[in-house]
Design a protein around this ligand. Structure first.
Ligand code: NAP
Length: 259
């Protein structure tokens, strides 16, 4: 059988779910490789072949696609992982390899929500300094340092793993956890740590939505960092739609480009 090769750009729950869903749907028809940036020392389990580490920009990814005879790419990275998504678009265009963006849906704003939407971490940090004494910071280790100038704020940081370097905060505590989180658990955190504000990326998806629902119930303001604009091209929101696209990615790409 002529096995085709799909590269999933991962690091998300959706990417792992997709890698898990392909063999039962397609048998051996697709050879599945998931690519991880290698940020976390112990990533969650991934079905199929896994490679780790950067490619070296779009040129490196282009080389990888050719050397590994990749037939199509599904970019299932996080909505805020803008650089790898841009590199994937450029490399796939140059290699003429079909690419699908699997982009989880955004959270819907409810009338009870007290969101303050901003475009970047620096603006979010300014607001937190003005509005909060005890903030729940859920933006990840890489971006957390932007909030260090808010010296009078006590931060509760949620991270997947303990930080590799000391954190630059005047006052902070860390809770470790990997989604999905429950509404009851998020409510408990808000009460136990007496949190008065939540900082979140507008990541969307169900795994981390409970904190948004808990903030709504507790009347907490949420400083919400808007998503960067997604890369253009064929885009779906669900695993099922991605599986449908995989039935014939070449046809799917041609059909979409004719619309
Ligand atoms: P990014 O800013 O778009 O990427 C930075 C660099 O990391 C890329 O240029 C690439 O290096 C490498 N990289 C990123 N994702 C990769 C992947 N899946 N496979 C191989 N190399 C990858 O991304 P990021 O925001 O640092 O996120 C890194 C990873 O964590 C992504 O896989 C993303 O899905 C996941 N993640 C991110 C967030 C978030 O909030 N940003 C949250 C949860 C999970 P080269 O240029 O050397 O190729």
């Amino acid at each position: 059988m002529n096995r085709k090769s799909v590269l999933i750009l991962g690091g998300t729950a959706e990417a792992s779910a997709l890698a898990r869903a392909i063999p039962p749907r397609f048998g051996d028809a697709w050879f599945v490789t998931t690519s991880l940036a290698g940020r976390t020392a112990s990533p969650g389990p991934v079905v199929g072949c896994v490679r780790r580490g950067g490619f070296g920009g779009s040129a490196g990814l282009l080389r990888y696609l050719a050397e590994n005879r990749v037939d199509c790419v599904i970019d299932a990275t996080h909505p805020f992982a803008a650089r790898i998504s841009a590199a994937a678009r450029v490399a796939c265009e140059r290699a003429r390899v079909p690419r699908l963006l699997l982009l989880r849906s955004s959270w819907r704003r409810d009338p009870r929500d007290r969101w303050i939407e901003v475009d970047d971490m620096a603006s979010a940090a300014l607001l937190v300094g003005r509005l909060s004494r005890r903030a729940f910071l859920t933006v990840g280790a890489k971006e957390a340092a932007a909030f260090a100038p808010a010296r009078h704020v006590h931060f509760l940081l949620r991270l997947i793993e303990p930080p590799r370097q000391p954190l630059p905060f005047a006052s902070c505590e860390i809770v470790l956890g990997r989604g999905p989180f429950t509404l009851a658990g998020e409510r408990r955190l808000i009460e136990r740590y007496r949190l008065d504000l939540l900082v979140s990326k507008a990541s969307g998806g169900s795994a981390t939505e409970a904190k948004i629902l808990a903030a709504r119930e507790e009347g907490l303001p949420v400083v919400m960092i808007r998503r960067p604009p997604p890369e253009p091209g064929p885009t779906v929101e669900t695993i099922e739609e991605a599986l449908l696209w995989l039935e014939d990615p070449l046809t799917a790409v041609e059909e979409r480009s004719m619309r």
